[in-house]
Ligand binder design. Structure first.
Ligand SMILES: *Cc1c(COP(=O)(O)O)cnc(C)c1O
Length: 381
């Protein structure tokens, strides 16, 4: 039995792949450009602390998360690197920002005025500019200058950076990307550049336009070895390594006779005498019911799921009798056979980003470095 968990389903996170992707991205964008490792949403489901530590020893100089809680969690786990919170924070929570030495995203003068009252010494901030994403950010030069001047005049704020986010950097047509880029350029030029961290690039921008990244890249999806979009997959400037795989084991095997029904709704019926295996993973693990026609890899071969996926289990049709305890790969490689996150995303009519994020915390994460298990994280135990 594996240490740290007692069920036969786990995610394997290959930290060597994270290291590889960070190192090659650093070479691609230039060693003088900051790499900000984006570890929001528990590092896209991979594990925020472990990915953050690996990214930092591989060349990242800063981390980024979406919410204050995620940043505090990293600090509590001993991460001391600068952390940018990219999402909105309540001005009334700014004491936590100061206590944990975090960097906040600011896009409203009202926020600065309210936050100022609760700050004892100072906090670091990056100003966010909305150049066409329509999510967070100041809308125009006047707002930007007001925020910048207020922050400069108050001794409670240290302006450390300015940034924006692209809506279409991963698409083939660069027109809208270039419109956003030009707006950002104009906005940046209205404030004096006192060695600010200026950043606009997500993975797609960093990979496609390394000369348009100013001095930092926010590296998310491709740090995990995934292409920002299917369009970009064939033209990546260097090979990425997927870090995430999903594994289970057969926990029950039986021979059923022709006509036997399998799972809820009795929707599957054995067409002949068949070998059926049971896998201990289901929709409560994020292996959702829409995946009922997916395949898994057993003994280096693809086999189909049969019947509906249950909350905790699902069934496979085996080509012949295979022993209980045999490894099953739901996402990942066995020798030459591979089921990629992109394949699962396609089946789910979604993007690859969503797949590792939705494998729930009930599934323990096992961390591999130099082909050894170095840690298991299981919030249940
Ligand atoms: C999530 C996020 C990123 C990372 O984008 P990827 O496409 O995963 O590289 C960068 N910037 C912001 C503002 C984000 O929210």
């Amino acid at each position: 039995m594996q240490p740290g968990f007692f069920r036969d389903t786990w995610v394997e996170v290959n930290l060597d792949a994270i290291e590889h992707n960070v190192r090659l991205m650093k070479q691609h964008i230039g060693e003088e450009v900051h790499l900000i490792a984006v570890v929001k949403a528990n590092a896209y489901g991979h594990g925020a602390k472990q990915v953050a530590e690996t990214a930092l020893i591989s060349g990242a100089t800063m981390l980024a998360v979406a919410f204050l809680d995620e940043a505090i969690s990293l600090r509590r786990q001993g991460i001391q690197a600068p952390i940018l919170v990219m999402g909105a924070i309540r001005a009334s929570d700014v004491d936590m920002v100061e206590k944990h030495n975090l960097t906040v995203t600011v896009f409203s003068l009202g926020w600065l005025k309210e936050a100022e009252k609760s700050i004892r010494n100072f906090i670091d901030l990056h100003i966010k500019v909305d150049t066409g994403m329509g999510r967070l950010g100041v809308q125009n030069e006047n707002e930007l200058i007001d925020i910048f001047d207020f922050a400069q005049e108050s001794n409670r704020f240290h302006v450390k950076g300015i940034y924006t986010h692209f809506a279409t950097a991963d698409e083939d047509d660069p027109t809208y990307f270039l419109t956003q880029y030009d707006r950002f350029k104009k906005m940046v030029s209205t404030i004096p550049n006192q060695r600010l961290i200026v950043h606009c690039a997500n993975s797609a921008t960093g990979l496609k336009f390394p000369s348009k990244v100013y001095n930092a890249v926010r590296f998310g999806i491709s740090m995990y070895g995934l292409s920002p979009s299917p369009e970009m997959k064939s033209e990546l400037p260097f090979p990425l390594q997927e870090a995430f795989s999903l594994q289970t084991k057969i926990v029950h095997v039986k021979k059923v006779t022709k006509g036997t029904k399998i799972s809820y709704g009795a929707t599957y019926e054995a067409k002949e005498d068949e070998w059926i295996g049971t896998l201990p993973i289901g929709y409560a693990d994020g292996w959702i019911r829409k995946l009922k026609d997916a395949e898994v890899i057993i003994q280096n071969k693809r086999v189909p799921l049969v019947g509906r996926i249950c909350m905790d289990q699902c069934m496979v049709k085996l080509p012949y009798e295979i022993p209980v305890g045999t490894n099953v790969t739901l996402i990942g490689k066995q020798n030459h056979e591979e089921i990629t996150i992109d394949e699962i995303a396609k089946r789910l009519d979604t993007i690859n980003y969503e797949v590792p994020c939705t494998i729930t915390s009930r599934v323990p994460r096992m961390y591999i470095k130099d082909e050894c298990i170095i840690e298991v994280s299981n919030p249940l135990l």
